[in-house]
Ligand binder design. Sequence first.
Ligand code: IFM
Length: 459
Amino acid sequence: MTNDDLLQGAAGPEPHAPRRANFGADFLWGCATSSYQIEGAGAEDGRVESIWDRFAATPGAIRDGSSGHVACDHYHRWPEDLDIGRDLGLNAYRFSIAWPRIFDGTGGRPNEKGLDFYSRLVDGMLERGLQPWATLYHWDLPQWLQDRGGWAARTTVDAFLDFADAMTRRLGDRVSHWITHNEPWCTAILGNYEGWHAPGLTDFGTALQVAHHVLLSHGKAVPLVRANVPDAKVGIALSLHPLRPASTSPRDVAAMERHDGLRYRWFLDPLYGRGYPAATLAQVGDAAPVVLPGDMDAIAAPTDFLGVNYYFPETVADAPGHGPLGTRLLPAEGETTALGWPVAPQGLAELLARVDRDYRPGPMYVTENGACYDDVVGADGAVRDTQRRRYLMRHLAALRQAVADGVPVKGYFAWSLLDNFEWSEGYLRRFGLVHVDYATQQRRLKDSAKWYRAFLGHD
Ligand code: IFM
């Protein structure tokens, strides 16, 4: 079934609109956020510098020269933000924890003020009927750890376990759902090979060592979370893309396979006990990571769920000499978001079905899905983000299809609740269902938020 098929066959402007009743009564409906992108309060209550503070201060690193120092001021405005989540009818909320609020690198105990903030935040979620989904690492590594080698250093794995231990001890009586890492591919490749995310490094071998330590820290954290959290549900969130070859030529098809080896199997194979894919290991040559005995078993610790972050399919062409694997991504054709990302709802169903078929990961959750558009606040204060509303509706229609086909998807988190700091794009890109006026910090529901609220039966 094509994307167009999903929209055909019914009268009216929103044919085949999905309904909440198409999903199980226990299905989770949430929004996702991350600490550095929304919290602000960059120097409050003992928070220390993160790699994103340092990177953002580098001239030219962030398109609008901004940083997350104030962001959405969620650190102070979280009651209002959680009220919005409740009023939309969400039953779950995904957030991440800023490691630099918890450990300052002096070797002392965790910072009580940082722990207290997340404790209050979690209480606020529970009071509003929002099931808390905590992500331990969404990219804001303390700078003091980067100064000691960052994720390329094996000692960062131990530091992560201390952090995971502190957080699960403090919140484990109220938070059952834990995501160890968000999008390890981005941590490794965007931050350490492509250099357009913090810490801004450009070495492929470093990136693969980073990926290995991130996966290792995940695997070692799984039993630790279970030990500290009664009835823990622990998993990881990967950013995954369905792939298309640029043409049917054997060269492009082979290029797509190589790309898939690094983008998809490099992470999923070890998580599900298969080790690093042999063909990709051979292709990366000397850049392969140092792996110690026992690492691969640790990485393959059984999990309770897999988080899938879906945005768009990638089209791959053979490009000898380009990048570590001689591949190149082609610009999108057809409908795109303001970031040039293809709009392809059917890719979500295709991706979930593939992961289920390839790995049988058990319950899956769409832990991120969303779109960036150039939203405008109208004279009447309304934000008519028709494209995002349609994006959301069409992706939920695709999700409905995946569920109907028997793919064990149990929840959906829209990215994002609020407009926020979009990493190296700064505040130029808006992904929120809720508009944020950064000058006044006023929040306004966009039409997409109103559509989600109606979908959830909370009108
Ligand atoms: O904003 C990011 C998020 O932090 C991680 N996943 C993709 C989103 C949109 O780029």
